[in-house]
Ligand binder design. Structure first.
Ligand SMILES: C[S@@+](CC[C@H](N)C(=O)[O-])C[C@H]1O[C@@H](n2cnc3c(N)ncnc32)[C@H](O)[C@@H]1O
Length: 358
């Protein structure tokens, strides 16, 4: 089914498709520069194999004896991912680490560095804080995070829709005793007082700071910003580097005597720590670490345009394809386990086929 089905997804006739087999081989049937976004979680090195893979065991990633062997095998698949990805495309790679003879192997970074050596550009290392973890050893700390690396093919001009993923502040400025006040209680009154009292600024600097403060309050009144903080030279402790060569804020403080941080009403870009509880119930019908939908939404919305194609070369239960289709993108999944691809296809057929095309 693989090749034909994928052609129909790529041409736009179908919303999704799955193929069973070794990704290294199946990816070869996908045309170069045809995929907008790849999101995947390969089996980790020396991960237990739960499935009956019907004699395909030699193709199962993760069963290698040495870390380098694992990396070499993974790179054969990742090279194909590079080929099929559009020049503006993104590759999101989720990997966990492994202790070997009590030694933490640093597997995610070994893989990331191998990819950089092959020309991939690493844009973010997202720490997926899973917020709970099992206590597997008593002589070290509890494991609670995994990495999600965001790679691109080209440093400039990759697709990234910042506005699609902004966190919009839910609290708005309000009036308090006739004074406009930010959601966190900042009205500017304290800053005006500090400017009045400080001896660390010249009269000219004070005038400049007051006028900037008035402009900021005007922006809040107009709804352009929802909150702000002002730092005044000598008036309060600042938390950035004091080195004016390194820190732009330190330079502002030295040159003008103040700086203002503003929170725009259109929201801010999420940080690189994502607190998302993993899918709790390891499925009883299949044994596989399933992607939580929340983890997939931000990468899809930021790096795959509507109606674009998201690929998962280790698709397991099909969660990536599922999330892509729900968000009006198209999805392609490949997995070596027939049980998984059948399950994924059935789930999508049951729940999602009725979604009208984007
Ligand atoms: C960590 S699971 C992926 C789970 C998936 N993210 C989900 O949400 O269900 C890794 C998957 O890689 C598959 N796999 C292992 N070696 C493979 C290979 N050479 N080609 C394709 N799939 C492979 C396994 O069958 C397994 O389903």
């Amino acid at each position: 089914m693989g090749r034909l089905m994928f052609n129909r997804v790529i041409d736009g006739g179908e919303r999704f498709g799955f193929a069973t087999g070794d990704s290294k081989e199946i990816l070869k049937s996908i045309p170069s520069n045809s995929i907008d976004c790849v999101i995947t979680s390969p089996p980790y090195w020396q991960q237990r194999i739960y499935q009956d893979y019907e004699g395909e065991l030699n193709h199962i990633l993760g069963s290698e004896n040495q870390p380098q062997e694992y990396i070499d095998n993974l790179m054969l698949i990742i090279d194909e991912v590079h080929r099929v990805l559009k020049p503006a495309g993104s590759f999101w790679l989720n990997l966990g680490d492994k202790f070997y003879k009590k030694n933490l192997m640093g597997m995610p970074w070994r893989v990331a560095i191998a990819m950089q050596d092959r020309g991939w550009i690493l844009r973010s290392d997202i720490i997926w804080d899973q917020m709970k973890g099992t206590q597997s050893a008593k002589d070290r700390f509890r494991d609670i995070y995994e990495h999600v690396f965001h790679f691109v093919k080209s440093a400039k001009g990759y697709y990234f829709d910042t506005d699609a993923i902004r966190i919009i502040p839910d609290k708005k400025p309000y009036e308090l005793n006739g004074q406009l006040t930010s959601a966190t209680g900042v009205s500017g009154k304290t800053y005006f007082k500090k400017l009045e009292e400080t001896t660390f600024l010249t009269a000219e600097e004070k005038a400049g700071a007051r006028s900037a403060l008035n402009e900021t309050l005007e922006e809040m009144r107009n709804g352009e910003i929802v909150d702000f903080r002002m730092t005044i030279r000598g008036a309060q402790r600042s938390y950035h580097s004091g080195n004016t060569k390194i820190s732009g804020r330190a330079k502002e403080l030295a040159d003008k005597g103040y700086y203002i941080i503003k929170m725009r009403a259109k929201g801010f870009i999420p940080s690189n720590i994502w607190r998302i509880v993993p899918e709790d119930k390891w499925r009883t019908d299949v044994h596989c670490a399933v992607f939580p939908e929340e983890l997939l939404q931000t990468p899809i919305m930021a790096t795959c345009p509507v109606d674009g194609i998201v690929l998962d070369p280790f698709s397991g239960t099909g969660s990536t394809v599922n999330a892509a289709v729900k968000l009006n993108r198209r999805g392609i999944g490949i997995d070596i386990s027939k049980q998984y691809t059948e399950l994924a296809e059935n789930t999508l057929n049951q729940h999602i086929r009725h979604i009208p095309p984007a």
